[in-house]
Design a binder for this molecule. Structure first.
Ligand SMILES: NC(=O)c1ccc[n+]([C@@H]2O[C@H](COP(=O)([O-])OP(=O)(O)OC[C@H]3O[C@@H](n4cnc5c(N)ncnc54)[C@H](OP(=O)(O)O)[C@@H]3O)[C@@H](O)[C@H]2O)c1
Length: 330
């Protein structure tokens, strides 16, 4: 089968679209013929985490398709079923943190940028009917992450003010839609006026440039919850803008992992700092029920063919996207 494979050279130069061996079902797994798959910033990071001397790896965490084969000991699924893949391996029940052994599809196991994938049967769910194949393929990882950040970790409530810096992000476009559906007031930032306008069209109440003076622009706002994923470039501003006693949830660091905190300012302000990462199968199912109930669809920026992988990785690396990018199988 054809796939986007990483091998031999660290970074994006190690990618190719080529023939690779077929994957076979084992007991407890299903083989899915992928119709679509979705990109995440993680796919760029994996090209450096996956080392040059390791065996070839198919990238990709998100996908949707049709079951082609069912392994022994699998009940309730059959060939032809339309499914969506939960990329979190080994995290079934809700818990404070992922269990030992938790992994994400696409490193170390083969991922979704391929014609077929074999995954544990516990990682598939019925494709939501209100989503197209493109929408279903780009949904899983980002929507699950946004769901846990807002509802499990920050526990947002109706009328809370939620701030989302860097709204072009795949995860944050879900967070915007989820927070609005939950009745929150939403403030967004972006480096691009165009993305701010797009976010307002989706229901954002206030939009300001990331590079602006947040204190000045938001002097009449009280931010209850701020979702931080940009990292060093914005962390200090983020901490400075939440109300006393407010909460930052961090789940990403697109621009550098290490930040400095003025700890005195932090404890005088009685702030809360929470970490989050993806979510359990229970949260994945709750998220699917939530998007169905509220008729929420992913914000789809662009789909590429798998063979256009170079263009797609450049597009993501340069953060040209507003929302999700995906691949259509040819
Ligand atoms: N822990 C987890 O489970 C988890 C899950 C998903 C993602 N993540 C992480 O969370 C982050 C967001 O993921 P994503 O896939 O949604 O990313 P994405 O689509 O690539 O978006 C990142 C956004 O950050 C903003 N940004 C990037 N560089 C910036 C800079 N130098 N200064 C200011 N803003 C900047 C941009 O917003 P504008 O273009 O609007 O300015 C960009 O759209 C990534 O770091 C990713 O690795 C973690």
């Amino acid at each position: 089968m054809k796939a986007i494979v990483h091998e031999k050279t660290e970074g994006i130069p190690g990618l190719s679209f080529r023939d690779i061996y077929d994957l076979e079902t084992k007991p407890g797994t299903v083989k899915v013929k992928l119709k679509t798959s979705g990109m995440n910033r993680r796919d760029v990071a994996v090209t450096t985490r996956h080392k040059a001397d390791q065996p070839p790896l198919i990238l990709g965490s998100d996908g949707a398709g049709v079951i082609a084969d069912v392994g022994n000991d699998v009940n309730g699924w059959q060939a032809g079923d339309e499914v969506i893949i939960n990329p979190g391996l080994g995290w079934l029940k809700n818990s404070e943190a992922p269990p030992e052994g938790f992994e994400i599809l696409g490193l170390p196991d083969h991922g979704t940028f391929a014609e077929y994938i074999v995954v544990p049967a516990e990682n598939i769910e019925t494709k939501p009917e209100h989503l197209s194949w493109e929408e279903a393929g780009v949904l899983p990882l980002a929507a699950l992450t946004a769901y846990r950040v807002l509802f499990t970790r920050a526990k947002i409530k109706q009328n809370d003010t939620v701030m989302l810096p860097g709204i072009g992000s795949g995860v944050l476009t879900f967070a915007l839609k989820f927070a609005k559906a939950a009745g929150a007031r939403v403030i967004v930032t972006s480096r691009s006026e165009q993305k701010l306008e797009a976010a307002k069209a989706l229901g954002a109440d206030v939009g300001i440039l990331t590079q602006s003076d947040w204190q000045e622009e938001l002097k009449n706002e009280a931010v209850d919850v701020l979702v931080e994923s940009i990292g060093r470039a914005t962390f200090d501003k983020s901490l400075g803008i939440i109300r006393k006693g407010g909460t930052i949830v961090t789940f990403g660091a697109t621009t550098e992992d290490e930040v400095k905190i003025d700890i005195r300012k932090f404890f005088y302000g009685q702030y809360n700092l929470l970490g989050s990462t993806m979510g359990s199968r229970e949260e994945f199912r709750d998220m699917l029920a939530f998007i169905k109930k509220n008729d929420i669809k992913p914000e789809l920026d662009r789909m590429f063919k798998l063979s256009q992988y170079k263009e797609a990785f450049d597009y993501l690396k340069e953060t040209k996207n507003f929302g999700k990018i995906g691949f259509l199988n040819e």
